[in-house]
Design a protein around this ligand. Structure first.
Ligand code: GAR
Length: 202
C-alpha cells in the first residue's frame, strides 16, 4: 500500500522545470506564462551563465528563484547538477543558452534536457551558430524557407534527436528582422506546448 501511495504521489506531483538562458529570455517568459496557473508543472528555477542576462530580471518579476554560475562551477564542479537534483527537477529546458552541456548533467538527466534552435536542423547548427548569426547565414545562402527545431540535447551542439520542427516561408523582401520575427513567433507558439507534452510523458 505504501509503495502504491508513493507511486501515486510521483504520478500526480507538479512537474518541475529548470530553464537555462544566456540572454533576453523571451522564450523563458513564454514558458513561465504558459505554466503560471498550471497545477501540472511549474518553472522552479532559472539559471544563467551571465549575471547581466535580462532573463534574470524576468525571473525576478515572476518571483522565480535564479542561479548564476561561471565556467569553473559549470564544468569543474557538481554544484549545478546537485542543485537541480535537490530541487527534483523533471525537465531541463535550454532557451537561448549558449554553453555546451557537461557530461555529468547529461548523465543525471538522460532524455530530460531539451533545446530550441532558430533553424531547421541539421542546417545552420553547431558551435557558434546562435541568434542573429543563424539568420544571417540563412539570408546569405538565399534560403526560401526556414524554421525552428526543438530537440533533445546530447554532447554535441545542436545534434540531439529532433522532437519537433516548424517551418516558415522567406519572402524575397524579408530582411534580417523579419526572418528573426517569423522564427521567434514560431518559437513562442510551440516551445511551451511541446514542453507540456513532454512533461505529460515523464
Ligand atoms: C532563440 O531564438 C533560440 O532559438 C536561440 O536563441 C534565442 C534566444 O532568444 N538559441 C540558439 O541560437 C541556440 N543555438 P530569447 O533569449 O529571447 O529566448
Amino acid at each position: 500500500m505504501a509503495h502504491f501511495l508513493l507511486f501515486c504521489k510521483s504520478m500526480t506531483r507538479t512537474k518541475r522545470i529548470a530553464i537555462f538562458a544566456s540572454g533576453s529570455g523571451s522564450n523563458a517568459q513564454k514558458i513561465i506564462e504558459h505554466f503560471k496557473d498550471s497545477s501540472e508543472a511549474e518553472v522552479t528555477i532559472i539559471l544563467s551563465n551571465r549575471p547581466d542576462a535580462y532573463v534574470l530580471e524576468r525571473a525576478d518579476n515572476h518571483e522565480i528563484p535564479t542561479h548564476v554560475f561561471d565556467r569553473e562551477e559549470f564544468y569543474h564542479s557538481a554544484r549545478v547538477v546537485t542543485l537541480l537534483q535537490n530541487l527534483e527537477i523533471d525537465l531541463v529546458v535550454l532557451a537561448g543558452f549558449l554553453w555546451l552541456i557537461p557530461q555529468n548533467m547529461l548523465e543525471a538527466f538522460p532524455g530530460r534536457i531539451v533545446n530550441i534552435h532558430p533553424a531547421l536542423l541539421p542546417k545552420y547548427g553547431g558551435q557558434g551558430m546562435y541568434g542573429d548569426r543563424v539568420h544571417k547565414a540563412i539570408m546569405s545562402a538565399g534560403e526560401r524557407e526556414s524554421g525552428i527545431t526543438i530537440h533533445y540535447v546530447d554532447e554535441v551542439y545542436d545534434a540531439g534527436d529532433v522532437i519537433y520542427q516548424a517551418h516558415f516561408k522567406i519572402e524575397p523582401n524579408d530582411n534580417l528582422d523579419m526572418i528573426k520575427y517569423k522564427g521567434q513567433q514560431l518559437e513562442h507558439l510551440h516551445y511551451p506546448r511541446i514542453i507540456e507534452n513532454l512533461l505529460k510523458k515523464l
